[in-house]
Design a protein around this ligand. Structure first.
Ligand code: ZN
Ligand code: ZN
Ligand code: ZN
Length: 371
């Protein structure tokens, strides 16, 4: 199936994760359904109340503890090809005791960051002498640097959301509500190849000043600037996320002036990216342009976030993050200028870091689109 990486890619990820587990002096990683499990095994299991948990030991041994009724689905996933032992538990057994039996009686384990608290605490009861830490300390280094298969998946996601933006001019009309336009966009997100719509923001006029406004019954007026920020998840599991700002007819002059500043800020940040510069410096590259033009207090969020199997993941492009950006990292560059009571604007591209700098995966025009 082309929607999941081949077993050799997954085997390599498991190997590297096991090695890093040892380097971090952990006895093992405990990974429940979610992006970490998908990353390591290709198994996109539903997060259920019954425990499914990959136990990955530092020596590379991997066991998947699954409810008996989920075992066939687990075997049918790439898990079956990866030499991972599938250990099924029956309804009357304690899966937590089963996990405990696979690890030393005392030590340290990494639990996945999204593990439900009920499972974290039951594992703690089953392993009272074991210290729990976050698996992201191990996995973040792997997941932040995308391999070839992941970059291809993100590129396809970027192209799909670009095709949706290409249609926005058709749907955005004065007299229609944000919700009506949003429905057309959501249909297109699916029609262009996503398996799921993650979010649709159509923020017209004053609603644009709220970065995470979604949809309302507001009727779009002539001259409105409209922020359209949309994304979904592809069958590969990888996400798209792109913003363009449109104007329905001629916008106010002061809006056009501030938009030109935003356009310059976004381009500067993209141009600043190269291996070795810090995430914080990418934020500064955008922010300084906006601040010098006098709009500093209107750029009220970080410049960007990593993207992959999750829409928001590391690295975060924010002041204080001195992590150097590196080849293979993928993140958004999305400065905005928000004027309360009037309007907002944002330009967002996903970029991948190459040896030569940032390569945008979203290629729609970044000038203000007047529809
Ligand atoms: Zn956001
Ligand atoms: Zn976005
Ligand atoms: Zn974003």
């Amino acid at each position: 199936v082309s929607d999941r990486p081949d077993a050799s890619v997954l085997a390599r990820r498991l190997e590297r994760a096991a090695a890093a587990t040892g380097e971090h002096a952990l006895d093992g990683l405990l990974i429940t359904p979610g992006p970490d499990l998908t990353y390591l095994t290709g198994y996109r299991a539903l997060p259920l109340e019954r425990l499914t948990c990959l136990v990955l030991r530092g020596n590379g041994e991997a066991v998947l503890v699954v409810p008996r009724l989920e075992a066939p689905a687990a075997e049918a996933s790439a898990v079956g090809q990866l030499g991972i032992d599938v250990l099924a538990w029956d309804e009357t057994e304690s899966p937590f005791a089963l996990v405990a039996s696979l690890l030393p009686a005392a030590g340290t384990v990494g639990v996945d960051d999204a593990m439900a608290a009920a499972k974290v605490l039951r594992l703690r009861e089953a392993m009272p002498k074991t210290r729990q830490s976050l698996a992201s300390a191990v996995l973040r280094h792997l997941r932040m640097r995308k391999d070839h298969a992941e970059i291809e998946s993100l590129r396809q996601a970027g192209a799909a959301i670009d095709r949706v933006h290409a249609g926005v001019g058709e749907w955005l009309r004065p007299g229609r509500t944000e919700a009506e336009v949003g429905r057309d966009i959501a249909d297109a997100i699916l029609a262009e190849g996503h398996e799921r719509v993650d979010f649709v923001i159509v923020a017209s006029g004053p609603n644009g000043a709220s970065p995470h406004h979604e949809l309302s019954e507001r009727v779009i007026q002539p001259g409105d600037p409209v922020v359209v920020d949309i994304g979904g998840t592809m069958p590969s599991g990888y996400c798209s996320d792109s913003t363009r700002t449109y104007a329905v007819g001629e916008p106010p002059v002061h809006f056009t002036t501030s938009y030109a500043v935003l356009h310059e800020a976004q381009a500067r940040a993209v141009g600043h990216v190269r291996p070795g510069v810090t995430a914080a410096s990418v934020d500064t590259a955008a922010r300084s342009v906006i601040a010098e033009a006098g709009y500093g207090d209107r750029f009220i969020h970080r410049t960007g976030h990593g993207i992959g199997l999750e829409t928001h993941e590391e690295p975060y492009i924010v002041a204080g993050n001195d992590e150097p950006v590196d080849v293979g990292m993928a993140f958004s560059i999305e400065p905005g200028i928000y004027t309360p009571g009037q309007h907002g604007a944002r330009i967002e591209d996903i970029v991948v870091v190459t040896e030569h700098g940032a390569q945008p995966l979203n290629l729609r025009p970044r000038e203000l689109v007047i529809v």
